[in-house]
Design a binder for this molecule. Structure first.
Ligand code: PEP
Length: 252
């Protein structure tokens, strides 16, 4: 059984007081979550104060990126070890904004995934096609290339520790959500590839959907059998909408 995971990606939003207030509102509004897992990914500068506010609430901390080295002359970067020290459990890697604006390649992601796992953190690997790629009928080819580029040289145990987030680029921050069927088609293909690489262990890998997830569409997305949770951007910046997403109706 895969335990659903809902992750709020705060991106570059929130001073420390703003982040602390949002974290407190999520902490205080959270009702029973035994059958699901919740995480928030504040900006680096707010991770420590959010950790303090969350205390022992059942909300994990995630980072939005990490470098592949432990330390060194890499101005502006943050290492997995530093994130582990702050109490992070997850690290989002390969978000389309990082691929698009900061030139992150699949080869870099492979190094990052290894480093994150080495620091006993769990990578959330984002993959997704652009609108042009979807319109050309190349969605599955693009996702397969991204998965192979980032994962194929890893050993099966390492691949088994990765969470995948399918985030169609055309759906991120646009209000255009993939239909549950579109999401399921890609999630099923991702699981089939993982199955071909690592066998039945692929059944335990969580595949999240991301892209304009809102309180209005989460229940329908979560009905799909290979949708194991969500990576939420804009709607995670308001406690009320994030909490409603966290309280999605469980699939039967
Ligand atoms: C994201 O950035 O990961 C994301 C899914 O954003 P949004 O929910 O705002 O589309």
């Amino acid at each position: 059984m895969r335990r659903p995971l809902i992750v709020g990606n705060w991106k570059m939003h929130g001073t420390r007081p703003q982040a602390a207030a949002l974290a407190a509102a999520i902490r205080d509004g959270l009702t029973s979550v035994e059958d699901r897992e919740v995480a928030v990914a504040p900006p680096f500068t707010a991770i420590e104060c959010v950790a303090h506010v969350l205390g022992d609430a059942p909300i994990a901390l995630a980072a939005q990126n990490a470098h592949w080295e432990k330390e060194g002359a890499f101005t502006g970067e943050v290492s997995p070890l530093m994130l582990q020290e702050l109490g992070c459990r997850y690290v989002i890697l390969g978000h389309s904004e990082r691929r698009q604006y900061f030139g992150e390649s699949d080869a870099m992601l492979q190094r990052k995934i290894r480093a994150v796992l080495h620091a006993a953190l769990r990578p959330i690997l984002c993959v997704g096609e652009t609108l042009a790629e979807r319109e050309q009928g190349r969605t599955l080819e693009v996702i397969q290339r991204q998965l192979e580029g980032a994962l194929l040289d890893l050993d099966p145990v390492a691949i088994g520790a990765v969470t995948v987030a399918y985030e169609p680029v055309w759906a991120i921050g646009t209000g255009k959500v993939a239909t549950p069927q579109q999401a399921q088609e890609v999630h099923a293909a991702i699981r089939a590839w993982l199955h071909a690489w690592i066998g039945v262990a692929a059944n335990d890998i969580r595949i999240l959907y991301g892209g304009s997830v809102k309180p209005e569409n989460i229940d329908d997305l979560m009905v799909e059998k290979d949708v194991d949770g969500a990576l939420v951007g804009g709607a995670s910046l308001q406690a009320e909408s994030f909490l409603r997403i966290v309280q999605f109706r469980h699939r039967q």
